[in-house]
Write a protein that binds this ligand. Structure first.
Ligand code: C5P
Length: 223
């Protein structure tokens, strides 16, 4: 069974998806991490973001895998072709590079195929932008999670401070979030938009617990 959670950057998808998966006894797939890993590899290999052929080849030829920190059931470690990029994909440089890379149709095609292979192997909470619309349109539970850009920027700054990666400058983070929203929503290939049958949840002013309980209840009802 698939629980699809889509929404813009910083709406709380990762926190909610990981906690809901833990509670439901499901695995959890962070598809944003996969686009980030391709952007990281493109930068590492010196591939231009205009070279859509080369970007597509990177996505087709490199397998992305997830790993566990001991004792934690949620897979938080990310590897691309065996190289660990868990922290390297959370920098401001990748925040800015990932939008253009994720807009390349050949990159999306390769990653969607990987995501479908992973998700079909078990019960998953899958988070991203196009999970309910493109990757798993048949998912019985679809949530579109939003929050105001300002609230999302505040949360992202706090998260970056805790992780010691990425920018902790509010104005810079807010500008990046708005820019990424625009790229994600206006791109031709799988733009960020809610599935027709998705439940809309605005997390502004709500506790994480309220959101998680709602999603788990929906998932239990659908089982
Ligand atoms: O979720 P996260 O912010 O880590 O995602 C990084 C970027 O990856 C997004 O801004 C978006 O450009 C891209 N993405 C996507 N489709 C997904 C997941 C992420 O285009 N399913």
């Amino acid at each position: 069974m698939i629980v699809a959670i889509d929404g813009p950057s910083g709406a709380g998808k990762s926190t909610v998806a990981k906690a809901a998966a833990k509670r439901l006894g499901f695995s959890c797939l962070d598809t944003g991490a996969m686009y980030r890993a391709i952007a990281w590899k493109a930068l590492a290999d010196g591939v231009s973001f205009d070279d859509v052929e080369a970007l597509g080849a990177i996505a087709r030829d490199n397998e992305i895998e997830f790993g566990h920190v001991e004792g934690d059931p949620v897979p938080r470690r990310v590897f691309i072709s065996g190289t660990e990029v868990t922290d390297a994909i959370r920098t401001s440089e990748i925040d800015r590079a990932v939008g253009p890379v994720a807009a390349v149709p050949a990159v999306r095609e390769a990653l969607v195929a990987q995501q479908q292979r992973i998700g079909r192997a078990g019960d998953y909470v899958v988070e991203g932008r196009d999970i309910g619309t493109v990757v798993f349109p048949e998912a019985p539970v679809k949530v579109f999670l939003t929050a105001s850009a300002e609230e999302r920027a505040t949360r992202r700054v706090k998260q970056n401070e805790e992780r010691h990666v990425g920018s902790t400058n509010y104005e810079e983070v807010l500008a990046d979030i708005k820019k990424r929203d625009e790229i994600d929503s206006s791109r031709a290939a799988s733009p960020l938009k809610p599935a027709e049958d998705a439940v809309h949840l605005d997390s502004t002013g709500k506790t994480i617990e309220e959101i998680i309980s709602f999603i788990c209840l929906r998932a239990e009802q659908a089982q």
